[in-house]
Design a protein around this ligand. Sequence first.
Ligand code: RFL
Ligand code: PHB
Length: 397
Amino acid sequence: MTTPIRTQVCIIGAGPAGLLLSHLLHLNGIESVVIEARSRDYCEARVRAGVLEQGSVDILTESGLGERLSREGLRHTGFEMHFRGQRHRIALDELTGGKAITVYGQQEVVKDLIARRIADQGQVLFDSSDVSVHNVETDSPMVRYQHGGIAYELSCDYLVGCDGFHGICRRQIPSSVLKTYDRVYPFSWLGILAEAAPAQHELIYAHHERGFALFSMRSPKITRLYVQCANDDRAENWSDDRLWNELTIRLGTKEGWVPNIGPIIQKGITPMRSFVCAPMRHGRLFLAGDAAHIVPPTGAKGMNLAVSDVIVLSRAMEMFYKRGNTRGLERYNDIALRRVWKGERFSWHMTSMLHTFPEHDPFHEQMQLAELDYYTGSVAGRTALAENYVGLPIEEF
Ligand code: RFL
Ligand code: PHB
């Protein structure tokens, strides 16, 4: 037996995209249900992105989620690029009229969103199973799922796929309509969390002949570090000694700066991929976040693109539910995709400029160094990096 229920907007996936959308809709008096396959603990423990653009911080703050973020988030007014053993600073605030980024782990954003949705009596159905999506090409889309041993049939006005790259929603778009753009890079990142005070306040993106390395942090006591590794590499191949040695060589400067060393509390490999699907809307189904696009993490754009998709979609839904105006919903695909492609371009560019590629010859290597020289050595170059890094504006309808 199935229990039929109804809501205005059904959201699949309780990652940053689905949770933030549900929260913003609630603030506009629009009801939603979030269906999530995993447990609350699992969603809150996933260690992923760490950098929030200025616009992401602004929307979280304006929507009442800024309390812990303003206390614990680390505001950065610049970042560094290291190459040839020298440091080059990109002064984000000076180059963008006062904007900055904030280091605050994705799982902290997710914890804050879940706590707030629950405090607002929002429906976030963790541990749902057998989730399937139906009738998206009609006026009455519907989701079937099991929750707490009961089978439900949830009908809604609109369905939003916030179910990540491996979700089920993108597959609802017929192959005759769906176009995908894909690039898999010939390297991955091995990321670690270390119990060591960050040896400096700002992030470092390092280009080195032995491969890329990134210095970041999570708190005044925890350093987050990444090294470029092979796609078929495994975390077990990297002893702590090997990791610290490689990080010290790749990140270190001629004047003697090196990261602080400490016990490693987490290790994991992240593959690198660029992926976009179009359209991001089909009938009454909308896609947002990783369900529609993936970026390599070099530009720190993954979570931020999920946030900007959701800002556009929540504004479109507000226009529809408050004024009966469907223009925003009709423009969602164009507006979201244009910004997504700019985020894809920046992430691809940072990835191409900073990593070593197996197929590269000495000519390519000199091109990379010349690019790094140009982007760090001229105000125009630094401004281009800075305005993309803090986040490009979101277009109005
Ligand atoms: P999420 O966070 O993947 O959330 C999707 C949610 O949907 C659920 N789900 C389903 N629920 C019900 N039924 C189904 N059939 C379902 N299928 C899936 C999942 O359980 C999950 O809870 O997508 P969202 O919200 O779009 O957020 C996007 C961000 O998570 C993502 O862009 C970033 O984390 C990407 N990313 C990184 N970005 C950075 O900027 N810097 C990083 O260092 C960084 N590291 C990472 C990352 C992504 C990773 N993934 C996806 C493997 C490291 C990893 C490992
Ligand atoms: C992180 O802190 O995890 C991080 C920072 C910047 C990136 C990617 C990841 O570009």
